[in-house]
Write a protein that binds this ligand. Structure first.
Ligand code: NAP
Ligand code: ZN
Ligand code: ZN
Length: 351
C-alpha cells in the first residue's frame, strides 16, 4: 500500500475536505498514474450529496482523470513510465458476461467497478476517484491520449465526451440529420461539438439566454430558448434524434413532441427523481424514449482517437481543488463554461 491524498466527503451534508488514504501496491497488470487534472462531472455532485441514494462514505469523486504513468506492473504491455494516460468512469468489470464480451463493460451484468463509489472485485473495498494525487488501475481500463490534445482540456472527454459520443454513434447520427441537444453544460457542450463533427445539423436547447452565442461558436446551427413556447413549437415533429443532457427535473414531453415519427430521444442526464413520459406522444408517432450509460472501453478509445483527429477537446475552467465547493455551487446554477477541471498541483498547497 502507498499513501495518497485527495478531497473526500464524510456525509451528504458535509463539504469535500482534505483526506489521506492508501491505494494498493501494483498488481501485475496495474498502471500507476500521477494525476495531473481531473474534470468535475455533475455526477460527482449527485454522488457526493447522495442524490442517487447509494453513496458509500467517505466519498472521493472524480472520473475524468488524466496524468502521467509513473509505474507499471510486470505484465503491463500497453503503457510505459513517462507516458500520458487516462482513466474514465470504470476501473474493472467481470470480463466474462455477454456485455463485457461485446466490449460493453458499462452494462456488465455483474456490475462494472466504478472509479469511485464502486466495489473492488478483489478486496471488496470502496473505490476512490480522481480528486487525488494518484490512481492505480488495470491496464485494460486505462486509455491512451492523442498527443495533439491539451492534457487538461482532454480530461472531460473521459466522461462528458464518451457519454455523448456513444449514443450519437448508437443512433447513427450524421450528415443530413437534424439532431437536438438539451442543456449546455459539460455533457451538452461535448454533444454539440461531436454531433457537429459527425456532420449533423445541430440544434441546442437551453434555459440560459446568455449561452446562445457560445452554443453557435461550439458548433450549433440553431439555438432554441426552451422556455419560449413559440420557439419550441416551430420545431414540432422535426428531429431525427435528441440527446437530453439535463441534470435537473424538467418536462421531457416538450422534447418528445419535437421528434419525427420513429425517432428517438435518448436520456443521459440523470436527475434524482423520475421523469414522467406522456405515453400517447410515444404511441401516436411510434417514438422512442431511451437511455444510455457512458461507453465501453474500446468505444472510449475510439472517441479519444476521433477527438484527436478532429482536434476536439472540452472548453474548460481550471480550478484549484480548494474551490471545489464553489464550483459545485456554480454548477447548480447552470453556470459552468463548460467544464471545471481541477489542477491537481493544488493538492500540495495548504488546504
Ligand atoms: P452540468 O454541466 O451541470 O450541465 C447540466 C445542464 O443542464 C445545465 O448547464 C443547464 O443547461 C441544464 N439545466 C440545469 N438545470 C436545468 C433545469 N432545471 N431545467 C432545464 N435545464 C437545466 O452537468 P453535466 O456534468 O453535463 O451532467 C448532466 C447530467 O448527466 C447529470 O445528471 C449527470 O449525472 C448525468 N450524467 C450521466 C451520464 C450517463 O452515463 N448517462 C454520464 C455523465 C453524467 P442550460 O443552461 O443550457 O439550460
Ligand atoms: Zn461523469
Ligand atoms: Zn461483465
Amino acid at each position: 500500500m502507498f499513501a495518497c491524498t485527495g478531497y473526500a466527503a464524510d456525509a451528504a451534508d458535509k463539504p469535500l475536505s482534505p483526506f489521506s488514504f492508501e491505494r494498493r501496491d501494483l498488481r501485475p497488470k496495474d498502471v500507476k498514474i500521477e494525476i495531473a487534472f481531473c474534470g468535475v462531472c455533475h455526477s460527482d455532485l449527485h454522488q457526493v450529496r447522495n442524490e442517487w441514494k447509494n453513496t458509500v462514505y467517505p466519498c472521493l469523486p472524480g472520473h475524468e482523470i488524466v496524468g502521467k504513468v509513473v509505474a507499471v506492473g510486470p505484465e503491463v504491455t500497453r503503457f510505459r513510465v513517462g507516458q500520458n494516460a487516462a482513466v474514465g468512469c470504470m476501473v474493472d468489470s467481470c470480463r466474462s458476461c455477454a456485455s463485457c464480451k461485446e466490449g460493453l463493460e458499462q452494462y456488465c451484468e455483474n456490475m462494472f467497478v466504478a472509479t469511485y463509489n464502486g466495489t473492488d472485485k478483489q478486496t471488496g473495498e470502496n473505490t476512490f476517484g480522481g480528486y487525488s494525487d494518484a490512481i492505480v488501475c488495470d491496464e485494460d481500463f486505462v486509455l491512451s491520449l492523442p498527443e495533439n490534445l491539451d492534457l487538461a482540456a482532454a480530461a472531460p472527454l473521459l466522461c462528458a465526451g464518451i457519454t455523448t459520443y456513444s449514443p450519437l454513434r448508437r443512433w447513427k447520427v450524421g450528415a443530413g440529420q437534424k439532431v437536438g441537444v438539451v442543456g449546455l453544460g459539460g455533457l451538452g457542450h461535448m454533444a454539440v461539438k461531436l454531433a457537429h463533427a459527425m456532420g449533423a445539423h445541430v440544434v441546442l436547447f437551453t434555459t440560459s439566454p446568455s449561452k446562445v452565442d457560445d452554443a453557435r461558436k461550439l458548433g450549433a446551427d440553431d439555438v432554441v430558448i426552451s422556455k419560449d413556447k413559440d420557439q419550441m413549437a416551430a420545431h414540432a415533429s422535426s428531429f431525427d434524434f435528441i440527446l437530453d443532457c439535463v441534470a435537473a427535473q424538467h418536462d421531457i414531453n416538450e422534447y418528445i413532441a419535437l421528434l419525427k415519427r420513429d425517432a428517438t430521444l435518448c436520456q443521459v442526464g440523470a436527475p434524482e427523481d423520475p421523469l414522467a413520459v406522456a405515453v400517447f406522444s410515444l404511441i401516436f408517432s411510434r417514438r422512442n424514449f431511451a437511455g444510455s450509460l457512458i461507453g465501453g472501453i474500446a468505444e472510449t478509445q475510439e472517441m479519444l482517437d476521433f477527438c484527436g483527429k478532429h482536434g476536439i477537446t472540452s472548453d474548460i475552467e481550471i480550478i484549484p481543488i480548494q474551490d471545489i465547493e464553489k464550483a459545485y455551487a456554480r454548477m447548480l446554477k447552470s453556470d459552468v463554461k463548460y467544464r471545471f477541471v481541477i489542477d491537481m498541483k493544488s493538492l500540495k498547497q495548504a488546504a
